[in-house]
Ligand binder design. Structure first.
Ligand SMILES: Nc1nc2c(ncn2[C@@H]2O[C@H](COP(=O)(O)O[C@H]3[C@@H](O)[C@H](n4cnc5c(=O)[nH]c(N)nc54)O[C@@H]3COP(=O)(O)O)[C@@H](O)[C@H]2O)c(=O)[nH]1
Length: 787
C-alpha cells in the first residue's frame, strides 16, 4: 500500500472539520513554501527566510488559529448548523433510517430505526444489514444481499416490501426505500424503513370486511327468506332493496317494488290486528314480529311472518328498516290441519271430545255463570249399531255414522254443537235453552231423524237411538258432571227399551254406580270361580226325547245371589272377561257331558254359546282341541252356538274358522236367527248344521201372521240349505204344534224345562223324561191352520 493510499485512508476516518482544517493548512503550507522560494528572486534580495520549509511550517502553525477562528470556525458553524438540522431531521423523523456500505455493514441508524429494530446504534453499527432486514419479493423473503445486488446494478432508488427483524427476533412488515450513493468512491446505501404493521392490518381488515360483505350479500341473495330493506329517512319509507326470495314469495320483480312502501303487499286487506301492532312497533322504532295476510302479484294471499328491525346510524338515528319475510302459508295450513285433527273427529268431521269440552266449558263460563241460562247436554247412542257393524262390515258402519252425523247437524241451530265422542256416541250441546219444553222438541226431532232408513251401499238400514239429557245447573255445573249424567240418562233410555229419550235423575247415577261395582265384582268372580252352569234340554220334536242340552252360565254372586247372564254377559264381553269365563264354561260343559256319558246316559249334544270376542280370539281352535282332549269328549257331541251377526262379520275369516271346527266334527248352530243381518249367499257357504229360531218369533208366531210366516220361511230355507231348525223359547203346546206342522226338528223352552242344574238334568236323563207329543197334536193342528 502506497503513502497516498495510507493518508487517504487516514483522512477518510478523520472528522470532517479537522479534515477541512488540515486540507486548508496544507494548501497554505504549499503556497507559503512556494512564495518563500520565489520571493527572493523577484525582490533580488536575500531571503529573510533561511529555512523556507521550516518557516512555512511555522507560519502555518501561527496562522492556523487565525485560519481556524476566521475561516474554519465560521464555515464550520455554518456546516454545523446544517448538520445539526440534518441530525435533528434524522433524530425526529418517524421512519427508521439506516446506512450501510456495499458489504452490507451497518454504518448508522437514526433513533426511529433504533426503536424499530430494538438495537442501540453502538450495538447495531458493524452488524450486517441482513440481521435487521430481509426483502420480500412476491410474498417470499429473499436474501437481502441478493436484492441489494439487483439494486446496485439497477436504478438509484428502489422501494420494496421488506421484513424488519427486531433484536428479540420479532418480525414486522416494512416498506423499504433504498437509495444508493457513491461516497468517496465507495457505494453507500441509505434505507428508509417504515413499519407498516398497522396499515397492513388495516388493509387486511379491509379485505376481510370486503370478503365478509361479499359473503353477506351472497347469504342475503341465497336466503330462502324474503329480505326487504327500506329507507326510513324518506317520509314514505320506500323499499331500497329486495332479495330474490322476496321476488319468489311475492311474485314482484325488484325493479317494480324499489321506491314503493311495502304496504302494497296488503292489497285492500288493511283491517288486520297484526298490522296495527306493526304500525306501533314502526312508530316506536322497535323490532317486532308479525303475521300478516299479504297478497302475491297474482292476487293469491299468503301468510307472511314478518320480522322488522330498525337500523341506526352512528348518532342513533333510524335510517332504514330491515324486514325478513317468511311465507308460512303451508306451515299455517299444516298447523290448522293439526288443530283441526286434534279437535275434530276424522270420520264425521264433527267436533271431538277435546273441542266439545272446550266449547261446553266456554258456554258454562260465559252463559251459565254470567246469566245462569240453562244449558242442555244430550248424550245420543245408536241402538244396535254393533249389529250393523258386525253384519254389514265396518265400511257400512262408518257410512252410517257419517250419515247420522249429517242428520244430527241438520236438526240443530247455529250456536248448538254436535260432537262425536267415538263409536256410536254423539253429544249435542244446546247452550241457549229457555225452557225444558224446547229440549223436548229437540230430543223428539233427534229421535225422529232415525225414522227414515239409511240407504248405504244398497242396504236399507233402520237404526234407532237412545238419548240421555242433563241440564245445567240442576244436573251438574261442570263439563264432566253434565257429560256423566247425560250418559247415565242415556243408559236409562236403553233400559227403557231404547229408541227414546230420558232426562237425568239422581237415581240414575245409582245405576251407573251399580254397573261399575258389578264390573269390579265380575273381575273377582272370574278369579274366584263364582260361576256355575245350568243346562236347558233340547227336545227332538219327532221323538219327544231329549237330544241335547244348552249350557247357560250363572253367576252366584256372594251378596246378590244368582245373577242373570243377560246382566253380566254384555259387561264381560265389553271388559274382555268373557274370554277366561267362556273357556271355563266350555271346559265345564264338555266335562259334564262326558260325565253323563260315562254315567251311562244316552249321548247328548252339548251346545255352548260363543261370544264375538271368544270367536275372534287367536287360539280358539287350540283351546277347543285342548278342552276336548282334556275332557275326553268326542267332538260330535259338542255344538257351538254363534250369532248370525258375529259370523257375518269378516265372513271369509269366519268361514275358515267354521270349517276348521266342523272338520273336527263339531257342529255349528246359528243362535237367535232372524234378529241380525244375514247374507244368504254366505249362509249357504258356511258349514252350519242348525238354525236356532229366535224366541221373539216363536213367542208370537201363533198370534202374529207375520211371525208365523217368518218362522215358516226360516224352516223352509234352513231345510233348503240342508240345515236343521231348533225353536227357542217354546212355552206353549200350540207353538209345538206349529213347529211340528212345519217340521221344525227340535225345540227348547220352558214348556219342556227351564235351564236346570246338572243334578236335575241328570235326573231327567235317568228318568228318561220325554215330551209327550201325541197329546198335543190333534186340536192344536186345527188352531194353527187358522193362523
Ligand atoms: N256367550 C255366552 N252367552 C251366554 C252364556 N250363557 C248364557 N248366555 C247368554 O245369555 C243370555 C241370557 O241367557 P239366559 O238368561 O240363560 O237365558 C236363556 C234361557 O234361560 C232363555 N230361555 C230358554 N227358554 C225360554 C223360554 O221358554 N222362555 C223365555 N222367556 N226364555 C227362555 O233363553 C236364553 C237362551 O238363549 P240362547 O242362548 O239364545 O239360546 C242369552 O243370550 C244367552 O245366550 C254363556 O255361557 N256364554
Amino acid at each position: 500500500m502506497g503513502l497516498a493510499d495510507k493518508s487517504d485512508k487516514i483522512l477518510r476516518y478523520l472528522p470532517s472539520p479537522i479534515k477541512q482544517l488540515l486540507v486548508l493548512l496544507s494548501i497554505i503550507f504549499v503556497i507559503e513554501t512556494f512564495l518563500m522560494l520565489l520571493l527572493p528572486q523577484f525582490a533580488d534580495s536575500r531571503s529573510i527566510f533561511t529555512f523556507p520549509l521550516l518557516d512555512a511550517f511555522m507560519l502555518v502553525l501561527i496562522s492556523a488559529p487565525i485560519i481556524w477562528w476566521c475561516i474554519v470556525r465560521p464555515l464550520r458553524s455554518v456546516a454545523f448548523t446544517a448538520s445539526l438540522h440534518a441530525d435533528l431531521l434524522l433524530d425526529h423523523i418517524a421512519d427508521g433510517i439506516i446506512s450501510f456500505d456495499e458489504t452490507g455493514c451497518l454504518r448508522s441508524l437514526n433513533p426511529a430505526a433504533e426503536q424499530l429494530f430494538g438495537y442501540g446504534s453502538a450495538e447495531a453499527v458493524g452488524r450486517s444489514v441482513s440481521d435487521i432486514l430481509s426483502i420480500r419479493s412476491g410474498g417470499k423473503a429473499e436474501s437481502f444481499m441478493a436484492s441489494l445486488a439487483s439494486c446496485k446494478c439497477g436504478c438509484d432508488r428502489i422501494t420494496c416490501d421488506a421484513e424488519g427483524i427486531r433484536s428479540d427476533g420479532g418480525r414486522f412488515p416494512a416498506a423499504l426505500t433504498l437509495s444508493r450513493l457513491q461516497f468517496e468512491g465507495v457505494w453507500n446505501f441509505i434505507g428508509i424503513i417504515r413499519d407498516v404493521t398497522e396499515s397492513r392490518e388495516a388493509e387486511e381488515r379491509l379485505i376481510e370486511t370486503n370478503e365478509r360483505l361479499t359473503l353477506l350479500k351472497r347469504a342475503i341473495e341465497s336466503s330462502i327468506n324474503g329480505i326487504v330493506i327500506t329507507d326510513s329517512t324518506h317520509p314514505d319509507n320506500p323499499i331500497i332493496y329486495v332479495n330474490p326470495a322476496f321476488e319468489r314469495i311475492t311474485g314482484y320483480d325488484a325493479e317494480g317494488v324499489i321506491g314503493k312502501n311495502p304496504r302494497f303487499l296488503q292489497g285492500a286487506d288493511r283491517d288486520q290486528s297484526e298490522l296495527k301492532k306493526l304500525a306501533i312497533a314502526y312508530r316506536a322504532e322497535r323490532e317486532g314480529c308479525f303475521v300478516l295476510r299479504n297478497y302475491r302479484k297474482d292476487g293469491i294471499p299468503f301468510w307472511n311472518e314478518l320480522s322488522i328491525a330498525p337500523v341506526r346510524d352512528r348518532d342513533g338515528v333510524v335510517v332504514s328498516y330491515v324486514g325478513i319475510m317468511n311465507d308460512i302459508t303451508e306451515h299455517r295450513r299444516y298447523e290448522e290441519q293439526l288443530v283441526y285433527q286434534a279437535t275434530h273427529d276424522t270420520l264425521t268431521g264433527l267436533p271431538n271430545r277435546n273441542l266439545l269440552q272446550d266449547r261446553l266449558g266456554q258456554s258454562l263460563a260465559l252463559e251459565a255463570f254470567r246469566r245462569r241460562n240453562p244449558i242442555c247436554v244430550m248424550f245420543l247412542d245408536l241402538d244396535n249399531f254393533k249389529k250393523v257393524n258386525d253384519t254389514l262390515g265396518h265400511t257400512v258402519g262408518d257410512m252410517l255414522l257419517k250419515a247420522v252425523a249429517n242428520r244430527l247437524k241438520n236438526c240443530v241451530r247455529g250456536g248448538d254443537t254436535v260432537a262425536r265422542l267415538g263409536g256410536d256416541e254423539y253429544i249435542i250441546v244446546l247452550p241457549n235453552v229457555r225452557e225444558t219444553h224446547d229440549v223436548v222438541t229437540v230430543a223428539k226431532k233427534m229421535i225422529n231423524i232415525f225414522v227414515a232408513p239409511f240407504l248405504l251401499m244398497g242396504n236399507e238400514i233402520y237404526v234407532t237411538s237412545s238419548i240421555g239429557i242433563a241440564l245445567f245447573p240442576n244436573d251438574g255445573d261442570t263439563v264432566d258432571a253434565l257429560l256423566k249424567n247425560a250418559d247415565a240418562a242415556m243408559y236409562h233410555a236403553k233400559d227403557q227399551g231404547k229408541n227414546n229419550y230420558q232426562f237425568y235423575s239422581s237415581e240414575m247415577n245409582t245405576r251407573v254406580f251399580e254397573r261399575l261395582s258389578l264390573e269390579t265384582s265380575l273381575h273377582r268372580a272370574v278369579k274366584q270361580r263364582e260361576f256355575l252352569l245350568h243346562y236347558q234340554p233340547r227336545v227332538d220334536l219327532r221323538t219327544g226325547r231329549i237330544c241335547g242340552v244348552e249350557a247357560l252360565v250363572r253367576w252366584n254372586h256372594p251378596e246378590m245371589g244368582l245373577v242373570s247372564p243377560a246382566r253380566f254377559i254384555p259387561l264381560a264381553e265389553e271388559t274382555g272377561l268373557i274370554v277366561p269365563m267362556g273357556e271355563w264354561v266350555l271346559r265345564t260343559a264338555c266335562a259334564q257331558n262326558r260325565a253323563w256319558q260315562e254315567a251311562g246316559y244316552p249321548p247328548l249334544r252339548m251346545a255352548v254359546n260363543l261370544s264375538a270376542r271368544q270367536f275372534r280370539q287367536e287360539n280358539l281352535l287350540e283351546m277347543v282341541d285342548e278342552i276336548l282332549q282334556e275332557t275326553g269328549l268326542d267332538p260330535q257331541w259338542l255344538e257351538l252356538e254363534l250369532t248370525e251377526s258375529l259370523v257375518m262379520q269378516e265372513a271369509e275369516k269366519s268361514a275358515a274358522i267354521l270349517h276348521e271346527l266342523t272338520n273336527r266334527g263339531i257342529e255349528v248352530a246359528i243362535d237367535d236367527f232372524g234378529t241380525g243381518y244375514s247374507s244368504l249367499s254366505y249362509l249357504k257357504r258356511f258349514p252350519i248344521a242348525n238354525l236356532k229360531i229366535d224366541q221373539s218369533f216363536i213367542r208370537d208366531m201363533t198370534r202374529d201372521p207375520d211371525d208365523a210366516t217368518l218362522v215358516r220361511t226360516i224352516i223352509t230355507m234352513a231345510h233348503g240349505l240342508g240345515m236343521k231348525t231348533i225353536a227357542e223359547g217354546v212355552e206353549l203346546a200350540e207353538q209345538i204344534d206349529f213347529l211340528n206342522l212345519h217340521q221344525c226338528e227340535e225345540m227348547q223352552g220352558y214348556y219342556f224345562s227351564r235351564p236346570v242344574t246338572s243334578e236335575e238334568l241328570g235326573r231327567f236323563l235317568a228318568e228318561g223324561k220325554t215330551l209327550d207329543i201325541s197329546l198335543i197334536r190333534g186340536d192344536a193342528r186345527e188352531r194353527i191352520r187358522v193362523v
